[in-house]
Design a protein around this ligand. Structure first.
Ligand code: GLP
Length: 244
């Protein structure tokens, strides 16, 4: 879907998420959301907060799993994705804190693999992700599944690409302070989500959106795997769609 601007696209996506939450509520079921960080989903979260405050949208039945977290990362650090999510969404709605999952960037290295397996098991026990929200890196990464990630990759510790670290370095006050690794949900769990919405705004994303949507399906561009998903929407603004 192409929207005139990011604001309008974000309002539509928030509405769509609200509808999934309400459908599940009506059936007395839990709603499992896969959530993303970065600048792209910011307005979607702001709109969801508005729907909570103005229209009484409840998150009591919502369980969230974030895609990724830097490693190493203390959850209270200014750059942690846990903190980002608290400030953008969790602190402003009636979601149960125990239902908000963000990968833990503070574990000892030898505990990570076990932790990642348990993270996936929790998702599986709930019946999988109902709706997965994604951004896209300028190199085509989804979550922190960088170029070369396999379609069946699991949740794991990954090395970040130089381009990813460079993009993040402004938040960390320089490349030397920017983490070199991260924990990310694998491509497999993303592909198993019942519905996927990928957001991209601005001219800077137009080249990679073209590759992801119209290019060959390749592990060089992990977002291109989504072409094989049966319920995916790329939600873009005019600028990001300009090379389609
Ligand atoms: C980071 C995140 C990704 C996100 C990407 C794009 O690398 N781990 O999940 O999609 O940035 O960020 P932005 O939305 O700020 O362009």
């Amino acid at each position: 879907s192409i929207f005139e601007n990011a604001k309008k696209g974000s309002i539509a996506v928030a509405q769509q998420i609200a509808n999934v939450i309400k459908d599940k509520q009506a059936k007395g079921e839990k709603c499992v959301l896969g959530l993303a960080t970065g600048s792209s989903p910011r307005d979607v979260y702001a709109e969801l907060v508005k729907l909570h405050k103005n229209e009484g949208l409840s998150f009591k039945n919502v369980i969230t799993f974030n895609l990724d977290e830097y490693y190493p990362m203390d959850e209270n650090s200014v750059n942690s994705y846990r903190r980002f999510m608290r400030e953008a969404l969790f602190n402003h709605v009636d979601i149960d804190a125990d239902n908000c999952h963000v990968p833990d960037g503070s574990l000892d290295k030898d505990k990570i693999q076990e932790y990642c397996t348990a993270y996936e098991s929790k998702i599986e026990k709930l019946g999988g992700i109902d709706l997965q929200l994604l951004g896209i890196g300028s190199n085509g990464h989804i979550g922190f599944n960088e170029s070369g990630s396999l379609q069946n990759s699991k949740t794991r510790l990954v090395a970040l690409d130089y381009s990813t670290r460079l993009a993040a370095s402004k938040d960390f006050g320089g490349l030397s302070n920017t983490p070199k690794t991260a924990i990310t949900l694998g491509v497999k769990k993303i592909m198993e989500a019942k519905e996927v919405i990928l957001l991209a705004w601005g001219e800077g994303k137009s080249a990679i959106i073209n590759k992801a949507v119209e290019g060959t399906v390749t592990n060089q561009v992990p977002a291109s795997f989504l072409q094989e998903h049966n319920n995916v929407t790329f939600v873009v603004d005019r600028e990001a769609s300009s090379r389609l």
